[in-house]
Design a protein around this ligand. Structure first.
Ligand code: AMP
Length: 282
């Protein structure tokens, strides 16, 4: 695996790769890699001739300074995992390389409701920072395919909008959420869960599964399903549920009927760790 820390050097290399007609697949990450990330590398390898992974903990998408400071950094083991997964290229820039002129975003896009609701409401500015760095990374790597996880459902919807609005040629491929055996969605933040919180954390995926299992029941309106699911989490005082919602899976607008394409989404904190998860219901 080749490791590039400088944008210009990576671009020079990718230019020759592209000239030879090779298909480039790109997987952006913030590191602390787990099997979820590696499933994206696998999907990228399947569809591309050359797989590029980036590791960059982007300061502009953290609305909470403490969350940024506590974000796990495990570069040496990340490199080992990427080598084992036979990733071709790792792009590992530092903050000065990505933001030589500071963090200001002069080309901020307006994603409207989709970026204001759910995560947007609870993490103000998060999606602006995320879109800023994803656009930069796409301009640097100019891949044919971009691989992202369903785990961050709202994020991949907004990246889809970014690609459309900027008329980029890249095709977004959204890959399924990889879970631990007990159902917990894999996340870099899971390493910060203590033993008790780790056990309790399965409440999230259970509540989502509850929604899926009960969707077809006639005597269960959507509102009842989501409030019972939310209560099943908040019944434990260790949890702070930020939201539990059933929404239209395409627009994220509040769901009105069971005939729409639906998704349940949750964000909750436990023991100072913020977890998110979601499940398509139909
Ligand atoms: P992150 O490093 O958390 O920014 O995530 C990088 C990419 O990996 C994003 O596209 C995430 O949606 C994806 N991802 C994170 N966790 C999982 C998971 N459990 N399963 C599949 N993809 C994931």
């Amino acid at each position: 695996m080749l490791i590039f820390k400088k944008i210009a050097e990576l671009q020079r290399y990718l230019k020759t790769v592209k000239k030879s007609g090779k298909v480039i697949g790109f997987v952006p990450t913030m590191g602390a890699l787990h099997k979820g990330h590696l499933s994206l590398i696998k999907a990228a390898k399947h569809r591309s001739d050359l797989t590029v992974c980036s590791i960059f903990v982007n300061p502009t998408q953290f609305n909470d300074k403490k969350d940024f400071e506590k974000y796990p950094i495990t570069t040496a083991s990340d490199i080992d995992k990427l080598v084992s997964a036979r990733c071709d290229i790792l792009f590992l820039p530092d903050v000065a390389e990505m933001y030589p002129k500071g963090f200001e975003n002069k080309r901020k896009l307006n994603f409207g409701f989709m970026a204001e609701t759910l995560e947007g409401e609870h993490r103000p500015g998060h999606f602006d920072g995320m879109a800023q760095v994803v656009e930069k990374l796409l301009n640097i790597t100019t891949p044919h395919f971009l691989f992202m996880g369903q785990k961050d459902y709202q994020q991949q919807l907004i990246v889809g909008q970014l690609i459309q609005k900027r008329r980029m040629k890249v095709k977004l491929i959204t890959c399924p959420t990889i879970r631990e055996k007990d159902g917990l969605a894999m996340s870099s933040r899971n390493v910060r869960l203590n033993e008790k919180s780790r056990i309790l954390s399965i409440a999230l995926s259970r509540a989502l599964k509850f929604c899926k299992n009960n969707l077809a029941k006639k005597d269960m309106p959507l509102k009842t399903i989501s409030s019972l699911a939310a209560k099943s989490i908040s019944a434990n005082p260790e949890f702070v549920v930020e939201y539990f919602e059933i929404r239209n899976a395409r627009t994220l607008k509040p769901a009105r009927s069971k005939s729409e394409k639906l998704i349940a989404l949750v964000a909750a904190q436990i023991g100072g760790v913020r977890l998110i998860d979601n499940m398509l219901l139909n």
